[in-house]
Write a protein that binds this ligand. Structure first.
Ligand code: NAP
Length: 469
């Protein structure tokens, strides 16, 4: 349903300073639209001296609810008629909603539950983990509170201003009785004991690396990242910060702050509208937010048969809201013959000529950006490689021969594997093609040991950081 603003429209807003670049309006207007609720949400930049007037004014004007962000999560407390227990305990409010029994607004903290939901969507568990948290501001406060509630074994809390980190640790002890925090300066990370046989979970909660400061990470020492098993950066613009890139390159599972934003918003929306948002609406909204953050040129996936091009292209197209194309399917529909028949009747040479012609057509057509998965032999021709670059960003899904063999050994639909020793054919073809794949690729993404969803997430991050660069 398209939002139609009229006399019945319910009104919600974010109050922050600054507020202009917030994704919250897109988040809540998408939720309202998908849920078929006549609700409009906007972002209001309120100066500190006007905070009380803004809250009272929103109440007087019948706003259904508000979100509160930096720097007002504590400052708003005196203007509330009630508070949920968790918000009271943490002295941090990000959501105001109306109660049936009281005048004014009730304050809630959905940052922590949102963060918990975000963690729950990953394979990362917190209980019993040794965790490094970088930063001691508002975002770090939510993160350490969740870590304490979920029984992290211990927390190393690093911050440029060590006293601020000390105050955060003291607050955690007073509010939640959690006392397993070691406070360190940002440059004292080498004092964290080295682990053997296990690794740290690491949460990056500073604003370092946030757009446009994309070339910095609070720690840039590769030895630090070698100790990290999973990394969360609360930043989502860019989608992959330098911190996340270094963690990913060191082999860590990585996540940005977009799901944290999403779920705190969902919990706020549920309080305003007194309903539960279904999973499919949450994932549509996430896709909408991802689209707003990612780029708008076509993507070309190259790789050996069995490298996951078809599956990944479907997931990626879905997430980008773009059409998915497949070079073999385009050939079949445009020449009205199956690839198998072209190979059988006219031979590989004729097939390759048709393939190049169809790619050239695709490159020349005026159309919205799309995600193209290509046949394994496409990058072998120099002419094709330059056409692929005309089409868009070329990503090589790089998979080991062992993994490919495991995936395709029982598949009889691959013309090139119909004769001889399948494993040896895969090894030989891999050796013959690797150099051309590498030359063709703008980006190489390894796929062994990763799920299609993880690979898709990695590609989305890469696309956004290329866009921001
Ligand atoms: P904040 O309260 O102002 O805290 C900023 C943190 O960054 C502090 O730890 C600060 O260290 C550190 N920092 C800033 N510049 C630094 C520098 N040049 N060198 C070293 N440390 C530096 O901000 P916040 O509310 O915690 O927000 C932090 C980030 O989280 C922002 O990028 C924000 O967009 C993001 N965030 C995301 C979500 C989400 O839903 N995903 C929610 C909230 C915030 P000092 O204490 O030493 O100054």
């Amino acid at each position: 349903m398209k939002n139609q603003i009229d006399g019945e429209t319910l009104t919600c807003a974010l109050i922050a300073h600054p507020a202009a670049h917030s994704l919250s309006p897109l988040l809540h207007n998408t939720l309202a639209s998908r849920m078929g609720i006549n609700l409009a949400y906007t972002a209001l930049d309120v100066w500190p001296e006007d905070l009380e007037a803004a809250i009272r004014g929103a109440d007087a004007m019948g706003f259904l609810g508000l979100n509160i962000s930096v720097p007002y999560k504590e400052a708003v407390i005196p203007f509330l008629s009630g508070m949920e227990d968790e918000a009271k305990r943490l002295r941090s409010v990000n959501t105001l909603y109306r109660s049936k029994d009281a005048e004014g607004f009730i304050g809630a903290n959905t940052d922590i539950t949102g963060l918990k939901d975000a963690f729950d969507t990953t394979r990362v568990t917190i209980k019993g983990k040794k965790v490094i948290v970088i930063g001691a501001g508002g975002a770090a406060r939510s993160v350490v509170a969740l870590l304490a509630m979920e029984e992290a074994e211990c927390i190393y809390l690093l911050n440029r201003d060590k006293d601020r980190a000390g105050r955060l640790a003291a607050g955690l002890k007073a509010e939640l009785g959690y006392d397993k925090v070691t406070v360190l300066g940002l440059d004292e990370y080498q004092q964290i004991p080295k682990l053997t046989g296990e690794k740290f979970l690491c949460c990056q909660c500073t604003s370092i690396g946030m757009y446009p400061d994309t070339e910095h990470s609070p720690i840039e020492d590769p030895a630090f990242f070698a100790q990290i098993e999973a990394a969360l950066d609360v930043i989502y613009r860019p989608v992959e910060t330098k911190f996340l890139r270094m963690a990913r390159e060191a082999g860590a599972h990585t996540d940005n702050g977009l799901k944290m934003l999403l779920y705190q918003g969902v919990h706020a929306f549920e309080r305003w509208c007194r309903l539960e948002v279904p999973e499919e609406v949450i994932s549509d909204t996430y896709a909408e937010l991802s689209r707003a953050l990612t780029h708008k040129t076509s993507v070309v996936l190259i790789g050996f048969m069995g490298s996951g091009k078809t599956t990944i292209s479907k997931l990626l197209a879905d997430r980008l809201g773009e059409q998915r194309l497949d070079s073999d399917a385009e050939i079949e529909s445009r020449v009205n013959t199956t690839v198998k028949d072209i190979f059988a009747v006219r031979g590989e040479g004729a097939f390759r000529a048709i393939e190049t012609r169809i790619l050239r057509e695709l490159a020349g057509e005026e159309r919205e950006p799309f995600v193209l998965s290509t046949g394994g032999g496409v990058p072998m021709k120099e002419e094709n490689r330059s056409i692929l670059h005309e089409i868009g960003t070329v990503i090589w899904l790089k998979t080991s021969p062992e993994e490919i063999y495991r995936r395709v050994k029982d598949d009889d639909t691959r013309p090139l594997l119909e004769t001889g020793d399948k494993y040896q054919t895969i090894v030989d073809m891999g050796n013959a093609r690797s150099e051309d794949y590498e030359t063709a690729a703008d980006v190489i993404v390894t796929t062994d040991g990763k799920t299609p969803e993880e690979i898709t997430e990695e590609i989305l991050m890469i696309l956004t950081s290329r866009e921001a660069a």
